[in-house]
Ligand binder design. Sequence first.
Ligand code: DX5
Ligand code: ZN
Length: 217
Amino acid sequence: MIAPSLLAADFARLGAEAEAVQDADWLHVDVMDYHYVPNLTIGLPVVESLRRATSLPLDCHLMIDDPDRWAVSYAEAGATNVTFHVEAAADAVATARAVRAAGSMAGLAVDRDTPVEPYLDLLTEFDTLLVMTIKAGFGGQRFLPEMLEKVRTARRHMNAGHLRLFLEVDGGIADDTIAEAAEAGADVFVAGTAVFGADNPAAAVAALRARAHTVMA
Ligand code: DX5
Ligand code: ZN
């Protein structure tokens, strides 16, 4: 699945930008709070408005402190998936259960400097694992191929345990990096700059999907 990230879109025209990628699978919404990451983006009121403005499933990526307090509100706002960072959560399992009880999928994110192994046993409580392929906080950074070792580790664990999760990669995903991420075992690809920085975002989504399929087929 391809999940264009609105972080690279025109924030004054979010509805139209969502419309431009309506053939995508999910719409990735980066929520940043100036604290967990040193950047500030959008919050709950914008997600509530987006829910009314597009029929695309909303993939909310919370890069915020205290997700235990806030994650459920994003589920209640109509997110299809609410991902929060394991580094920021006080009780990741309780928060995942609350998100699921509110009707959303729950996602666990691991940032660049966080290993994945200590959290593999939590994955039965989640629907999505998001492996950052950059340091969370800003779009337009260079893809870090060494992060794919975490993707491979998680994919092996999921296969061995017959876990049915989405394995999502986020950061620097573009035509020249998506194939190696797919090969490593990712199946959801977030792309900001590669989609909204393109002249034709819809064509960029189609090209990314085709490129990923060449290795996943
Ligand atoms: C950054 C965000 C990403 C960002 C990726 O912390 O989580 O979703 O939009 O941007 P690109 O695709 O430009 O690396
Ligand atoms: Zn993101």
